[in-house]
Design a binder for this molecule. Sequence first.
Ligand code: WT7
Length: 660
Amino acid sequence: MSDGKTIESVMEEVRRFPPSKEFSEKAYIKSMEQYREMYRQSIEDPEGFWGKIASEELHWFSKWTNLHSWDKENAIIKWFEGGKLNVSYNCLDRHLENGRKNKAAIIWQGENEDEVKTYTYQQLHTEVCRFANVLRSLGVKKGDRVSIYLPMIPELAIAMLACARIGAIHSIVFGGFSSESLKDRIADCGSKILITADGNHRGSKFVPLKANADVALEKGTSIEKVIVVNRAGAECPMEPGRDIWWHEEMAKADRSCEPVWCDAEDPLFILYTSGSTGKPKGVVHTTAGYLLGTCITFKYVFDYHENDTYWCTADIGWITGHSYIVYGPLCAGATTLMFEGIPTYPQVDRFWNIIEKFKVNIFYTAPTAIRSLMREGEKWPQSRDLSSLRVLGSVGEPINPEAWMWFHKYVGNERCPIVDTWWQTETGSLMITPLPGAITTKPGSATLPFFGVVPEVVKDDGTKAGVNEGGYLCITRPWPAIMRTVWGQHERFKEIYWTRFPGKYFTGDSARCDEDGYYWIMGRVDDVIKVSGHRIGAAEVESALVSHHAVAEAAIVPVPHPIKGEAIYAFVTLKAGVEETDQLRKELIAHVRREVGPIATPEVIQFCPGMPKTRSGKIMRRILRKVATGTAEELGDTSTLADPGIVDVLIQGSKALHRK
Ligand code: WT7
């Protein structure tokens, strides 16, 4: 992408879906005029706008002294400086006194249909206090890091809120990541506690979390204690002195625990995410701005009303789960449904079954899930009563208009607005998104910026792109929930996000803005691949491949995939004398799964004698992308290659693979 001046866009979508009158009347934001007016105020008077919302939506032990500051030079961002608050207090305690004590906070649906647990706000409060006391008894203090490697069980939310209660910083590692990935993430943040489970079932597979964790801890780490949840009743060796059972510790723990007064800018959590280069970076989110951002977007974008049942199908191991299963909804006093299983087990109507069973009103999912269920046919959603649904949401990657229309027609029954929400791990909260009672949607567009967000599409040289001209998506000023730093590497934060276009936050995405000011996200421009909406760094998969003894060099590129959106296509050059066999292909795939995790499994491995490189030795991924997608005839100028002959060899190799 960086070889070209602008980015070409080929999409044209003419369908429009305005909000219905009935919906708008009951919504928080009822009209385009109201949206425009509030947006204007959020930009012209951020102090007034955010000050008011922060006083109304959050509970403060003591008020802030300075609403917002931004040291552009050093990329130091602060919101609500001097304010004191506690996230778990905001998500739990205050609801005990405002009439929500016996309201369901979390409804948990286990993988098995008959396994359901409901936690009222009072019950959740009690569990969180007890677990906070467990952590305290193990010596965890404010500012300490706690790593969490759990399946989608209530203990995960309890552990997060317990950390927040005592000011400890959690770092959740998605259960689909390997031991290696877990080890790296523990080492980077130096956590002293690890919370995991014996294991969990996903469809017909068993994920041995504790065994994976044991491998991660083999060679010695900063971890002092491992707290293990007995989820599966699976065999689970416990190391004396290090490993302890969750249920045994909880049985001893007291039910009351005073929340720690945190500063608005104290870190709340670290979440690792992949970028263009090197190891994953620890995205740091802080207390007040993050909580406010997630809470207010949750309320306005999903238009949450008091008796709604809200369901986000993401895993809490990703930012979507942090912000929109736990913090946003609980801060807003909502009922949030948490699902342990997968969409296709025991059969492909699991989502529709759950919506019918709990009368879900707001349903937030990912394009990859929609596409895979769409393939199974509309008879599945049609055979369930989905009439409780009011708002639908999509996140994680661009949603193709075909999937959007299917979602609209067969899930929303042509009644429910779809909010296609664009945001990132780094942004903390929703950024470009429809407001369902105010903004007319266009399938495939994330529409307009949320309050306080100023997007700008710029060209290679940093000047503003024209209407419908593709370019790099930047945000020109900080918003409350923006990440504050990369854990332990502030320079990296500056370099990755603030230097490509000085003074602007660079998202890594390309986009265009149409004649109505609507944004159309076109995809990543860096070496990040979105597989089923999960963010995979090319560099990580490549270094995993190269760590195999047979491999000399590797490069991976995305190829379009009908369900996953993008899949991984790997080019691999073997060491001299190693034979190119299918057996080796399988071995390399297993190796990547072990090193990074199953989500990074390459779809295709093409062996090649060399890579297309510039004379300075840089791999030209642009060429590899075209070879992988079978569009090599549009290669254009290859004269800058050190060895132009390699291109033909690659094309032949790719064709041979396709014939197989
Ligand atoms: C990247 C961020 C933020 C929640 C989940 C992913 C892509 C996300 C959309 C959308 C088009 C989207 C972007 C972004 N993305 N939502 N609605 N339309 N693209 O978080 O793993 O940090 O990934 O996901 O490329 O940069 P993430």
